[in-house]
Design a binder for this molecule. Structure first.
Ligand SMILES: [Zn+2]
Length: 391
C-alpha cells in the first residue's frame, strides 16, 4: 500500500493477515513525520518504505535502516493496544536519531535509543491520548510515557550503573532499561523542568547544528546548555551540567516524599505572634484560634531536582511552593487561622524521575487518604503487570 505525505512517497508492505492494520500503520508513520518535522526538523528524503513481516518472520520486526524499517504486530494485536503503531513510530524515529543525527548507537546508546524512545512516547501519547496512548480499556489505561517510566522505576537494578555506558558495558541485563527507559524518563523530566517550548527549541537547534554529522552526548549537552541559558538566563544555574551529572553520569534515584503535616493550635497568646512575615496581634485576629501548620518534605534519593509543592488549606486556599530539592528535608510553616489539609509534591507530574509517586502526597482526611493510597497501590501494581507484558 502507498500513501503520500507532502513530498514523501510512503510504501507499506504487509502480509494478508496484516492488511487489517495497514491504515493504522500508515497513519502512525504520518503522525511521526508530522511531529518530528515540527519538533525537530524536516524529513529530508522523498521516500520511505516499511515492512510488517509475517508471523513466521517476526524476528525481523522492529528494526531500523534509514528510509527503510520493519514494524511488528499487525493483525494480531487488539485495537485497544497501540503496540504496532508504537513500533512503527519508534522505528521511523530512528531516521532522525541514528540516521540524520548520526550518533554512535553502540558507544552512547542513550543518545540513540533513549532520545528516540522519548520522541516515540511523545508522539504516541499526543495522537492516541495523553493518559492512554498505549493502552485503553475501561478499567485500565496507560500512556506510552508511563510504560517507559515503569520499565525504569520498577527495575530493581535501576541504580547499579550510570546511563552513559557503552552498550556492551551495562551490567546485569540493564542495557534496555537504562538506554531506552531511564534515558527517556529523564528527558521527560528535563522537559518538565525547562518547559515544552525550550525542549522543542533545543532539539531544533540540535538538528540545525548536527544534521548529517556525528554528534556525541557532549555535543547534545552543549546544545542544551546553550539553548537553556539563551532562553532562561541563569534561572537553572550557570548551565544544565548539574542535571546531566546526576541523571546521565550518576547512578542515583529521585524520590521525594511528604513525611508529615501538623496543625498545632496556639492556645494562649498575648502581644505578637510571628510566623513567616506575618505578624498577628489580638487586635488583628480574624478568629479565636490560630494554628502553626507545618508540611514536612524529605529527599530519600540522591538526585536533587527542583520540585514544586502544592499545599491546600481547610479554607480552600492553595499555595504553590518551589524548592530546589537539595537539602535532605524541608519544612514549610504557616501561621494563621487556616489549617493545612493536604500537600502534593510535583502536582503536575513534571519530575518523571521520581521513582515513587505514592509518597508524593499526604492528606489529613483519613478515610480518603487510605482509600486513595490503596487505589494508587493497586493501579501501580496493575501498571507494573502490564508493563511486563508490553516490554
Ligand atoms: Zn530503537
Amino acid at each position: 500500500m502507498t500513501r503520500k505525505w507532502n513530498n514523501v512517497d510512503i510504501t507499506f508492505l504487509t502480509s494478508k493477515v496484516g492488511l487489517s492494520k495497514a491504515e493504522n500503520h500508515l497513519d502512525a508513520v504520518v503522525y511521526a513525520l508530522e511531529y518530528l518535522t515540527e519538533g525537530v526538523g524536516p524529513y529530508p528524503w522523498p521516500h520511505l518504505t516499511f515492512v510488517d513481516p509475517p508471523l513466521s518472520g517476526s524476528g525481523a520486526g522492529g528494526m531500523e535502516y534509514t528510509t527503510l524499517f520493519t514494524t511488528a504486530g499487525s493483525g494480531r494485536v487488539p485495537s485497544f493496544m497501540k503496540m504496532p503503531e508504537m513500533v512503527t513510530i519508534h522505528e521511523f524515529g530512528h531516521a532522525y536519531f541514528m540516521g540524520i543525527l548520526a550518533s554512535n548507537e553502540f558507544e552512547e546508546p542513550w543518545l540513540d535509543e533513549g532520545v528516540n524512545s522519548y520522541w516515540e512516547q511523545r508522539i504516541v501519547d499526543h495522537y492516541y491520548g495523553g493518559g492512554y496512548g498505549l493502552l485503553r480499556l475501561p478499567f485500565m489505561k496507560m500512556s506510552d510515557t508511563d510504560q517507559g517510566r515503569l520499565g525504569y522505576i520498577s527495575s530493581e537494578s535501576r541504580a547499579i550503573a550510570s546511563n552513559d555506558l557503552p552498550s556492551w558495558m551495562y551490567p546485569h541485563d540493564t542495557y534496555s532499561m537504562m538506554s531506552y527507559n531511564k534515558a527517556a524518563t529523564w528527558l521527560h523530566t528535563l522537559q518538565g523542568i525547562i518547559g515544552d517550548e525550550t525542549m522543542d527549541n533545543l532539539f531544533r537547534e540540535y538538528y540545525r547544528r548536527w544534521a548529517f554529522r556525528h554528534p556525541s552526548g557532549r555535543d547534545f549537552i552543549s546544545v542544551v546548555n546553550d539553548v537553556v541559558t539563551n532562553e532562561h538566563g541563569d534561572r537553572f544555574g550557570e548551565n544544565m551540567n548539574w542535571f546531566f551529572d546526576q541523571v546521565l553520569y550518576g547512578k542515583g534515584i529521585c524520590d521525594y516524599r511528604v513525611s508529615g503535616i501538623t496543625n498545632n493550635r496556639i492556645r494562649s497568646y498575648s502581644g505578637v505572634v510571628e510566623g513567616d512575615s506575618v505578624t498577628y496581634t489580638r487586635a488583628d485576629r480574624k478568629s479565636d484560634t490560630l494554628f502553626i501548620s507545618r508540611v514536612s518534605i524529605e529527599r530519600l534519593g540522591d538526585l536533587m531536582l527542583p520540585v514544586q509543592i502544592l499545599i491546600r488549606f481547610d479554607n480552600g486556599d492553595e499555595v504553590l511552593e518551589s524548592w530546589d530539592g537539595k537539602a535532605s528535608y524541608m519544612d514549610f510553616e504557616y501561621t494563621g487561622s487556616r489549617r493545612v489539609v493536604s500537600a502534593i509534591i510535583d502536582p503536575h507530574d513534571r519530575i518523571d524521575m521520581d521513582v515513587n509517586r505514592i509518597n508524593n502526597s499526604l492528606t489529613l482526611e483519613p478515610t480518603r487518604t487510605v482509600t486513595r493510597r490503596m487505589l494508587n497501590k493497586f493501579v501501580l501494581m496493575m501498571q507494573m503487570m502490564i508493563s511486563i507484558f508490553t516490554i
